[in-house]
Write a protein that binds this ligand. Structure first.
Ligand SMILES: Nc1ncnc2c1ncn2[C@@H]1O[C@H](COP(=O)(O)OP(=O)(O)OP(=O)(O)O)[C@@H](O)[C@H]1O
Ligand SMILES: [Mg+2]
Length: 244
């Protein structure tokens, strides 16, 4: 880990437009309130908090899918990529893994065919999938293999920062452990930063360096994961830990 930043979020307030206000005008409904934090390069930052608190909204804001009402989001690396809980929704079911991995390079890259193929094989190797996987479609793979493919798809353009929203929640415990191991290795080998969203504090403890605790759209506590788990300062954090 270096002292350099991957991302800064400053006083971010954002939410969604809800229709049907007075005179049918759209009203702004704030979900995140005055959220401020940094992610260092190579850092794995966990984000925990109960359902509906705004974790996925923060992920969407960082990816530019939800516009801030105020505050700012400063990217120090290329735009981040996203890994979702359900790879079914992010992987096009009609295409083979080879096509899915190569397509972003065709659209955005300046590489010729052989170089694209080389990069696809390289990334497949990194996520520890055998070459036969290239000919499969997403539905023909197991849940764990599918999540490896979506990690490969997120990595194909060589980002430095990934936002992972509950990436292992849908997986069996043993598969979960393997994917966590993979994410940890990629962090170490490639120096990647993650914002890692999870409701599972055990998972956060295993993977993350630091953790943010969010309640009703505000950060109520943050700190190094071991310190925060051993000595939570806020009642809310103590409740989350007790609920495990
Ligand atoms: N597209 C949307 N339009 C309007 N409101 C939304 C939208 N998406 C989320 N919300 C609302 O924003 C709030 C925060 O939702 P968000 O999905 O960010 O929570 P979360 O912390 O990710 O929850 P979970 O742990 O269940 O995934 C909720 O009240 C939710 O109903
Ligand atoms: Mg969510």
């Amino acid at each position: 880990m270096t002292d350099e930043l991957a991302l800064s979020v400053r006083h971010l307030t954002c939410g969604y437009r809800a229709g049907g206000g007075l005179w049918g005008k759209a009203v702004r409904q704030e979900v995140l309130r005055d959220v401020t934090f940094d992610i260092g390069q190579g850092e794995i930052l966990g984000l925990v908090g109960e359902s509906g608190t705004g974790k996925s909204t923060l992920a969407k804001a960082i990816l530019g899918m939800v516009k801030p009402h105020s505050g700012e989001i400063i990217h120090y690396t290329r735009r981040p990529q996203m890994i979702f809980q359900d790879p079914y929704s992010s992987l096009n079911p009609a295409y083979t893994v080879a096509w899915i991995l190569e397509e972003p390079l065709r659209i955005f890259g300046k590489y010729d065919g052989p170089e694209r193929k080389r990069r696809v094989r390289d990334i497949l190797d990194r996520v520890e999938l055998p070459e036969e996987t290239l000919d499969a479609k997403p539905a023909e793979l197991s849940g764990g293999q599918r999540q490896r493919v979506s990690i490969a798809a997120a990595l194909i353009q060589r980002p430095k920062f990934l936002v992972a929203d509950e990436p292992v929640s849908a997986l069996d415990v043993t598969i979960q452990a393997q994917i966590l191991q993979l994410l940890k290795r990629l962090n170490q080998e490639l120096g990647l930063s993650y914002l890692f969203i999870s409701h599972d504090l055990n998972v956060v403890y295993q993977l993350c360096h630091r953790v943010l605790v969010m309640k009703s759209g505000r950060i109520v506590e943050q700190g190094p994961v071991e310190e925060l788990f051993a000595h939570p300062q806020q009642d809310y954090t103590r409740q989350l830990l007790a609920a495990e």
